[in-house]
Design a protein around this ligand. Structure first.
Ligand code: EPU
Length: 427
């Protein structure tokens, strides 16, 4: 088990390349099983969530081969069988096997998915969608059994705007008989990316990117080649790091439009942000001004950047209020930031960040993926050395984070933890 050490105080300077989007990748891989022949997906991030999903595809008979960031998935020998609980629990997105296997085999058996602990994360809207398409869904000893004699298109209104439910219902509906309409659908760029792959496979989908998606089921889907979109959350994380501790940083392979809400907030704080083709230029001016942020569904401010942004606010003059309307309990990073000298009060579900303060290096623990990113940024800003444990969370979603930060001039490295440190970490 490793820990990350960050020696703070160095200004970030230079250019790094942003990877393919994690939250697209984790849906594109299961989606590929719907095809009858090989699907190639290019530009995948090299992160543990992607490899876990590759393993799950192999578990059900898929032939999965990797060529750098391209994966080839040959689904021709796939069979319907229960997925192993251990791997399913490693990540939230294993739930996309429900929709994809239901679409392909009319049945799926899968344990409840894992993923970051961000408070309650129900999947009732996914199930509502599967049932509307004609499936029977039961929970038998912790595994979800989904069975249908035949999937039939239906009109489905989502009571909550959900990325996962929108994608999962799309995965099942592309092969259902007749027309499906998903109302109050989520509009995130990752949903458009998945729909683009499915359309290349021969699916008939209209309206993605709006809140009404219309799908005309087709009997079969073919293999194809697809290039993933850039990761707006990885780009946003480095943009926030650059605003917090940068001189001049260029992020390559970015669709700025996907980040407008975040870039607007950075500009409000006094950061210079320039959008050039597929690049983003970030140069902070000091002192930074505080802003309030409220997370919302796309195109609002993304919940996945709330935690990194909270760290940035510790450096800004005055008080900033952070409210997460998607995951109100996504606040576990705050205790760790307080250990580093941050002044943050939690009141009525909002974090009130007072600044500016000089953060101090400390031993901290990443409790989830984006909490991990927020602590790395804090380490870059802090006096002295910050030791971060819980790296398995960071490795689920950020490819080679230490290398990228080193390329930007940061002093960051990883070390093996001693037995004593592992024991302390686990208690
Ligand atoms: N919700 C329900 N019922 C459902 C589904 C969702 O009540 O059936 C609620 C959730 O509890 C939450 C809200 O609806 O309050 C939105 O959840 P959503 O379903 O959109 O989230 P998700 O699909 O489970 C994805 C990302 C998350 C990201 C959210 C919101 C993946 C694999 N995960 O989760 O990413 O925070 O959308 O944008 O795509 C991350 O990358 O760190 C991460 C957690």
């Amino acid at each position: 088990m490793q820990k990350m050490l960050v020696e703070g105080g160095n200004l970030l300077h230079g250019k790094i390349r942003i990877n393919g989007a994690k939250n697209s990748a984790v849906a594109l891989l299961p989606a590929a099983l719907l095809a009858d022949s090989t699907v190639a997906i290019e530009g995948l991030p090299e992160i543990s969530d992607v490899y876990t999903l590759g393993d799950l595809l192999e578990e059900i008979g898929g032939k999965v081969s990797w060529d750098g960031q391209t994966v080839y998935i040959d689904p021709s020998n796939m069979v319907s069988m229960p997925l192993p609980n251990g791997k399913v629990k490693k990540l939230r997105a294993s739930y996309y096997f429900m929709g994809a296997m239901l679409g392909k085999f009319n049945q799926a058996v899968i344990g409840l998915p894992g993923g970051c602990h961000l408070g309650p994360r129900p999947i009732d809207q996914h199930i509502k969608g599967f049932e509307a398409l004609g499936a029977e869904v039961t929970n038998e000893q912790g595994a979800i059994y989904i069975r249908a004699n035949e999937l039939r298109g239906a009109r489905i209104y989502l009571d909550v705007v959900s990325v996962g439910a929108t994608i999962n219902i799309m995965l099942a509906a592309v092969k259902a008989k007749g027309k499906t309409v998903i109302e109050n659908a989520a509009k995130e760029p990752e949903i458009i990316d998945v729909a683009t792959l499915l359309t290349n496979m021969g699916a008939k989908i209209k309206g993605v990117g709006t809140d009404v998606i219309r799908i005309e089921g087709v009997p079969s889907l073919n293999g194809c080649r697809h290039t993933i979109i850039p990761d707006r959350i990885e780009a946003g994380t480095y943009a926030i790091a650059a605003a917090a501790q940068g001189k001049e940083v260029i992020l390559d392979n970015v669709i700025s439009l996907h980040l407008e809400s975040v870039l607007a907030k950075l500009r409000e704080m006094g950061v210079t942000v320039e959008e050039q083709d597929e690049q983003l230029y970030i140069a902070p001016k000091t002192p930074l001004k505080s802003v309030d942020i409220k997370t919302l569904v796309y195109p609002g401010f993304p919940t996945d950047l709330q935690q990194p942004f909270t760290t940035l606010l510790t450096k800004a003059v005055n008080t900033g209020v952070v409210t997460d309307t998607i995951y109100s309990a996504r606040l576990k990073h705050i205790d760790e930031l307080r250990r580093m000298n941050a002044i943050i009060k939690v009141e009525g579900g909002s974090a009130i960040v007072s600044g500016p303060v000089q953060l101090e290096g400390a031993r901290v623990k990443a409790t989830d993926l984006r909490a991990g990113a927020s602590l790395v940024i804090a380490g870059l800003m802090a006096n002295g050395i910050t030791e971060i444990t819980g790296l398995e969370h960071i490795d689920r979603g950020y490819e080679k984070m230490t290398d990228k930060l080193i390329d930007l001039g940061a002093k960051v490295w990883r070390e093996e933890m001693t037995d004593q440190e592992i024991e302390q970490f686990q208690n």
